[in-house]
Design a binder for this molecule. Structure first.
Ligand SMILES: [Zn+2]
Length: 481
């Protein structure tokens, strides 16, 4: 990322289940940023990567359990993620799949480079392995002998593995964080990241193929396969030309990475160590979004019965309404509960009553009073100044990745327009035609800005709104629900 190009990537979800609301949040957040920067920098200067992580024991076992051939199984779920993207207007430039032969070659190349740099070695390892976590876990992490996250006892394993010398990069990573305090958002997580770096140990990066038939073979040692994370993480640079096209890589990397709260260790430490080993730059920005909790404020789980499906929500409210709520009502960087009442309130107050209402009032009155609007040359200077300064404030929030705040400020701008019209009362008989033209023309300018700013968040409705405003056609975009 530099001033001319913008590369953003989500994490790659595992394809062992349907897309959940947390994936939905991450994908639509990344989409908003991609859309904003496309408008700012031009379409050809933005690259937006999403995709699916398709190797690993969890996936292998789940495929067996459900009676699928592994390829059919991963295709089925990768397609569900594609369906999701289509439904929720996620405008990716690339859908990356780690079972793609091209990925396999690039991941092997990444391994070779780290190995040539002396950062990969072989060692016998025994310990407890949690299949759910796809890693060895320590005694300390267990509660009653079980993995606290998965509630199952880990399996005993004793095997020879390849290790990545992450410990080589401890000082370098601490220095990087020290020199780039802004690299991680939210800033409150910086101490946690620092602590994880300080606790760095070398990590196991391979499994025996006999235990894990579904993975990428280690170069020159086909009895071993990549540890799933070591394979999947490389996608961030493979997607933009690593091992294939230096100019392309130069153009896009380093990029912005967006990920969930359980992922800081992988994105902020392991991956950064891998980049250093491969002689690549660290990520430009790490954005850790919050967790979407159940309506009861607790972590969603099948046992609690508080799981919310993005597909169900789409059926109930429509994709844009759900998208709007995820981006506006769910905090961008901290955990929030997903509540349908909040969704309805936010939609009704901000879109139906505020933006939608203003749009209709202006179109209706301009037709009724037969006055000209959409005339930027005739704007009242003070009014334009007020709108423009709010617009630039909102743009800086976009560039600071503060999506929920962006949405709030756009709502305030629309509200400023509604107050203005109420105060000026252009429908009154005493108001001259010139005055009326002036008021409504000012408001058409404000509306155009509101539409432009909302576009990344609600792309379909804003397109309709723009046409309605330009043609001065009445339209009910946001029916109250
Ligand atoms: Zn686990």
């Amino acid at each position: 990322m530099n001033n001319k190009n913008f590369y953003i990537t989500t994490t790659l979800p595992y394809v062992n289940a349907e897309p959940h609301i947390g994936h939905a949040l991450e994908f639509v957040q990344a989409d908003v940023l991609a859309r904003y920067f496309r408008k700012k920098l031009g379409k050809e200067n933005v690259f937006f990567n999403v995709g699916t992580d398709e190797h690993g024991l969890k996936i292998w076992r789940k495929a067996k359990e459900e009676g699928f051939e592994i390829n059919d199984f991963v295709n089925k779920y990768a397609n569900r993620f594609k369906d999701f993207c289509k439904l929720f207007f996620v405008s990716y430039d690339n859908f990356y799949r780690t079972s793609d032969p091209k990925h396999i070659e690039s991941a092997k190349e990444f391994w070779r480079v780290c190995s040539e740099n002396g950062d990969i070695y072989k060692k016998r390892y025994s310990g407890k392995y949690c299949v759910g976590c796809e890693r060895f876990v320590t005694e300390k992490e267990l509660i009653d002998g079980k993995c606290p996250e998965h509630g199952v006892a880990p399996e005993e394993r004793n095997e020879e593995n390849y290790f990545f010398r992450l410990s080589n990069y401890k000082e370098k990573l601490l220095e990087w964080l020290e020199k780039n305090p802004e690299v991680l958002k939210p800033s409150q997580k910086r101490d946690e990241l620092k602590r994880i770096i300080q606790e760095i140990e070398d990590i196991s990066i391979s499994r025996l193929k006999e235990n894990l038939p579904w993975g990428i073979e280690v170069p020159n040692d086909p009895e071993h396969v990549f540890y799933v994370w070591f394979d999947a993480l490389t996608n961030y640079v493979n997607a933009v030309g690593f091992g294939e096209d230096k100019n392309k890589l130069e153009k896009w990397w380093p990029g912005v990475q967006i990920f969930g709260p359980d992922n800081l260790r992988f994105q902020g430490v392991i991956w950064q160590g891998m980049l250093a080993s491969a002689g690549l730059k660290h990520s430009a920005k790490l954005l850790e979004h919050g967790m979407v909790l159940g309506a009861d404020g607790r972590k969603m789980s099948k046992t609690l019965g508080n799981v919310i499906s993005p597909f169900d929500q789409e059926q109930k409210f429509g994709a844009e309404v759900v998208r709007f709520y995820l981006l506006s009502g769910i905090s961008t960087f901290s955990d929030s509960a997903y509540k349908e009442d909040d969704l309805l309130n936010l939609y009704n107050s901000r879109l139906a009553n505020n933006f939608g209402n203003l749009l209709n009032r202006v179109i209706h009155l301009s037709n009724e009073k037969e006055v000209e609007i959409n005339n930027e040359g005739a704007l009242e200077e003070n009014f334009k100044y007020e709108v423009d300064s709010r617009v630039s404030e909102i743009k800086s929030l976009f560039e600071d990745f503060e999506i929920a705040l962006v949405s709030e400020k756009i709502d305030e701008l629309a509200n400023f327009g509604n107050k203005y019209i109420t105060e000026k009362e252009p429908w009154k008989k005493e108001v001259t035609k010139d005055q009326c033209t002036n008021i409504l023309n000012n408001l058409s300018y404000l509306l155009k800005k509101v539409i432009e700013l909302y576009e990344p968040i609600i792309p379909e409705s804003t397109q309709k709104a723009l046409i309605a405003l330009e043609k001065r056609e009445r339209i009910i975009l946001f029916k109250k629900i």
